[in-house]
Ligand binder design. Structure first.
Ligand code: GLN
Length: 493
């Protein structure tokens, strides 16, 4: 029998519907693959019993003709999503022992549609990072390696477990979240597809908050169609999240294959940075050529405030994080380290429970919100945010349908190679992605080529608010045109 884990989500869905395979078979194949792949450290919590029980129920529903759109599809869940009765860590020590008594809306939507849960995926602590090296549970190792080298590489972050598990064929797709690039950057590093939908497209209810005005849920999958199928189930209005938008969820899959004829694609000159790697520049030029050949019109555009996006993000995001993380005080849930009085207990708990990067963000956030500095930092960053948003609105008002940029400034790097002496080195990974969160727009990363060292490289397509459909159409054209990248060799199994 062929290895079932090598199917696409789309193929698995169709084979299940035709009863060529069963949900239990699929679950078993993935459980076995996960057991063999512990060297990747992609999962924090494995839930094989739950997966099998859910798969049995899926098979029963398929037999009765009551299958949902994701019936029997095994998925991994970023461990930032609360899952009822299943330990949820956010990659942090401070949530020690936390078992949510409720289910996040997005995961509830997936289970409603028949998906099967394989477990909880590793991530940077509270989703703060770009390499999955800040997780309390240790780094995720990318399934990818440089040609002829055994150096362990990062899968990107913060959704590093999600990206690695999907790339290593441990699940057909995974949930992820993106505050500044955490879906798109790991997708680009691992040759997978990741979409951050428009802010408000998915409910944030039950997802551990990092920066609430920027956080958004989305899928990582092995192809554009697979991602479209997943997003349709994940998305939707939720009265429990007032920032989720009450708009109908389109059939995103129907947009795959629509083509780009007549679309106007903008190429922002500010994304062409000094010292940009030649292979990234070439990848971008290649993407432009593919879209042009498929009938799109290419137009140079300007997004003049781009260069302020990263500094402004590193004020807004830590500010919101410092407020959101104030709730971890050792009183209500998670870790508690005793102290001589209540203040001592707070201090000891937070000092022991948060890792270095999270503590840095809390300190920066508290500083920029404090009296005397609020106007100089936080208010200014918010003004810049408005200007960034306006840049995009101007481009779209001039008739641009989508914007093409590189997804990351480089291919994946080695474990420990970046950011140890200067955190900004790590922050620069998100140079092409943070603007999209600041503007609340949708962005998709799609594999488009390989680096000189044989590692995947991705392009990013940015669209109008609530026009994820165009992103799927454009990304599909790139996916079709790009050379097929062979999956990573299973050195871990
Ligand atoms: N890498 C960025 C950060 O560390 C973005 C993370 C994210 O999108 N969750 O803040």
């Amino acid at each position: 029998m062929t290895d079932l884990t090598g199917l696409t989500l789309t193929d698995a869905r169709d084979s299940l519907a035709q009863k060529k395979i069963s949900a239990v078979e699929l679950a078993k194949a993935h459980i076995a693959a996960i057991e063999k792949a512990r060297a990747l450290n992609a999962f924090i919590v494995e839930t094989p019993e739950k997966a099998l029980a859910m798969a049995r129920q899926s098979d029963a529903r398929i037999a009765k003709g009551e299958a949902g759109p994701l019936e029997g599809i095994p998925l991994g869940i970023k461990d930032l999503y609360c899952t009822e009765g299943v330990r949820t860590t956010a990659g942090s020590h401070i949530l020690e022992g936390f078992v949510p008594p409720y289910e996040s809306t997005v995961t509830a939507n997936l289970w409603r549609d028949g998906a099967v849960m394989l477990g909880k995926l590793n991530l940077d602590e509270f989703a703060m990072g770009s390499s999955n090296e800040t997780s309390y549970f240790g780094p995720v190792i990318s399934p990818w390696r440089r040609r002829g080298s055994n150096t362990p590489l990062v899968p990107g972050g913060s959704s590093g477990g999600s990206a690695a598990a999907v790339a290593a064929r441990l699940c057909f797709g995974a949930t992820a979240t993106d505050t500044g690039g955490s879906i798109r950057q790991p997708a680009a590093f691992t040759g997978t597809v990741g979409i951050k939908p428009t802010y408000g497209r998915c409910s944030r209810w039950g997802i551990v908050a990092f920066a609430s005005s920027l956080d958004q849920a989305g899928p990582i999958a092995r192809g554009v169609r697979d991602a479209a199928i997943l997003l349709r189930s994940m998305a939707g209005h939720d009265p429990k999240d007032t920032t989720s938008v009450d708009l109908p969820v389109p059939d995103f899959e129907a947009a795959v294959g629509r083509g780009v004829k007549g679309l106007k694609i903008g190429i922002p000159k500010e994304y062409r940075r000094d010292g940009m790697a030649a292979e990234i520049e070439n990848l971008w030029a290649q993407g432009i050529a593919w879209l042009q050949a498929a009938g799109a019109t290419i137009t140079d555009i300007s997004l003049p405030h781009t260069r302020h996006a990263l500094p402004a993000y590193y004020i807004v995001a830590p500010a919101e994080a410092s407020s959101n993380l104030a709730r971890y005080d050792g009183v209500r849930y998670g870790l508690r380290v005793p102290g001589k009085d209540i203040d001592g207990m707070y201090e000891n708990t937070r000092a022991a429970g948060f890792g270095k990067e999270v503590r840095r963000r809390i300190m920066i956030g508290t500083y920029v919100l404090s009296a005397g500095y609020y106007d100089a930092y936080y208010v200014r960053a918010q003004k810049i945010r408005t200007l960034i948003k306006r840049d995009f609105e101007t481009a779209f008002a001039e008739g641009i349908d989508a914007i093409l940029t590189p997804a990351t400034p480089s291919a994946a790097f080695g474990l420990g190679e970046k950011g140890s002496s200067d955190p900004v080195e790590m922050y620069l990974n998100d140079i092409f992605t943070v603007t999209v969160n600041m503007a609340g727009l949708p962005g998709i990363a799609v594999p488009a080529g390989v680096s000189a060292e044989g590692l995947p490289l991705g392009l990013q397509v940015i669209g109008r608010a609530f026009d994820e459909e165009t992103l799927f159409s454009v990304a599909h054209v790139i996916e079709q045109a790009a050379p097929k990248i062979a999956p990573p060799e299973k050195w871990w199994a």
